[in-house]
Design a protein around this ligand. Structure first.
Ligand code: GDD
Length: 409
């Protein structure tokens, strides 16, 4: 029996996702037409003998209630949201709910960050993990040396794949092999977390004897029940023959900004060719819109047959796309109205927004910079013939004149 746990974090973590995270928690923002967290969840379908999926986070329970019941029915595997009263860190959060998880009596526990985009090669990781015989196996990937310091950098034994050394976001370069935020563990992980808590308590007690101030500063930085998987568990256990690595040669990205969510939406759409081809739109002659490349269109959306859509476009429920409209590399959220001959390129258009005739909403397409895409928050109205370029527009604004490289509050 196998259990999967997906760490979804909480409201304080989603600030870079404003203004989209005003409406929904970051893990529920649609990428490729499905909530972000749906992608790791649906990858869990390939795990043999999966009995339960838990989402652990500190968002309000009601924010996940609808999604969790819908997806449980769809997958026929129970999916349950477990709420922390406050952040306990990635290892602390997992440990908090050990009784629920161990209730299933699992032989293995998958642990996935919700904000990564990859092919989630979970069955392959499971096989590799069984072969290594350790307590845990991390999915890892080679990235460019310049970008590696945004992640956990690690060294693995090229023969045995054992994790030899691990440093979280180091200041000086260690390795271009990084932690993908996807793990498989045996239940022994709970003992390792428990040991780490005990060691921390012992250290704090020692400090109390030597210096009251040191104790104060230590507790200020980390509450006693806050424990991070990377720094507090992986680092100290590296080189102890309990952790191993499984390297993916597929795609992998981290989704920390709206720009990256647009890029990852495209990667997930491309992945649908292998996993869910029925979700990809097709041109069906002159009675339907022209589709270019990978496109998702919700069945309730109305797209005019003369519109031209794609590549990398996803259109959510009840959106209306007018005659002659052109959409390239964008995410159109629920109930958006795009009028005749409007263009939307490298942009995310928020719920219930409207874009007037012959207007143009465009980003530069550099997904790594803040204004590299244009984002319209909820219920933004762009008048006819208005151009909006490289800008972020907060909810409920009406734009009547050209906007460029601006954040409209
Ligand atoms: N439930 C809960 N409670 N979830 C949490 C908490 C918490 O207190 N803290 C973080 N998370 C969730 C986040 O939502 C995210 O899905 C995951 O745990 C990891 O978040 P962070 O601990 O903030 O780390 P990170 O995303 O900056 O980096 C981690 O992931 C990278 C891969 O994306 C590290 O493990 C890196 O080494 C790794 O490269």
């Amino acid at each position: 029996r196998i259990v999967a746990v997906i760490m979804v974090g909480g409201p304080t973590k989603g600030t870079r996702f404003r203004p989209l995270s005003f409406n929904v928690p970051k893990p529920l923002i649609p990428l490729a037409g499905q909530p972000m967290v749906h992608h790791p969840i649906s990858a869990c379908r390939r795990i043999p003998n999966l009995t339960q999926i838990y989402l652990i986070g500190f968002y309000e329970e009601r924010e996940f209630a609808l999604y969790v019941s819908a997806i449980s029915n769809e997958l026929r595997v129970p999916v349950r949201y477990l709420r922390e009263d406050r952040p306990h860190g990635s290892a602390g959060g997992l440990y908090n709910f050990r009784d629920y998880i161990m209730d299933e009596n699992p032989s293995h526990i998958f642990l996935l960050n919700c904000d990564v985009c990859c092919s989630f090669p979970l069955p392959e990781m499971l096989d590799a993990h069984k072969g290594y015989g350790g307590m845990g196996t991390l999915l890892v990937i080679k990235v460019s040396a310049e970008s590696a310091n945004q992640f956990g950098e690690l060294v693995a034994d090229p023969q045995t794949n054992e994790l030899l050394h691990y440093t979280e976001k180091p200041e000086t370069f260690v390795s271009d092999l990084i932690n993908c935020g996807v793990y498989i563990f045996t239940p022994d992980i709970f003992r390792a977390i428990q040991d780490s808590f005990t060691q921390r308590k012992d250290r704090a007690n020692l400090r109390r004897v030597s210096s009251f101030e040191a104790l104060q500063s230590a507790t200020k930085v980390l509450p006693a029940d806050y424990l991070r998987l990377d720094q507090d568990i992986l680092s100290p256990l590296a080189g102890k023959k309990v952790l191993y690595t499984y390297e993916t040669r597929d795609f992998w990205e981290q989704i920390k900004t709206p720009g990256m969510s647009l890029k990852c939406s495209g990667l997930f759409l491309a992945q649908f060719h292998h996993t869910s081809p029925h979700l990809l739109a097709e041109s069906k002659g002159s009675r339907s819109a022209t589709i270019i490349g990978d496109v998702y269109i919700h069945p309730s959306a109305k797209v005019h047959p003369t519109a031209k859509i794609g590549p990398n476009v996803s259109i959510s429920a009840n959106a209306r796309i007018g005659a002659g409209a052109r959409l390239v590399s964008c995410i159109i959220l629920d109930d958006v109205d795009i009028k005749e001959h409007a263009m939307v390129i490298h942009s995310i258009v928020g719920w219930r927004s409207s874009i007037g005739k012959w207007s143009r909403v465009q980003g530069g397409g550099d997904y790594n910079t803040k204004l590299g895409i244009t984002i319209l928050g909820e219920s933004v109205a762009v008048d006819d013939e208005v151009v909006v370029i490289d800008s972020i527009i907060l909810p409920n604004k009406t734009l009547t004149v050209r906007v460029q490289e601006e954040i409209i509050l």
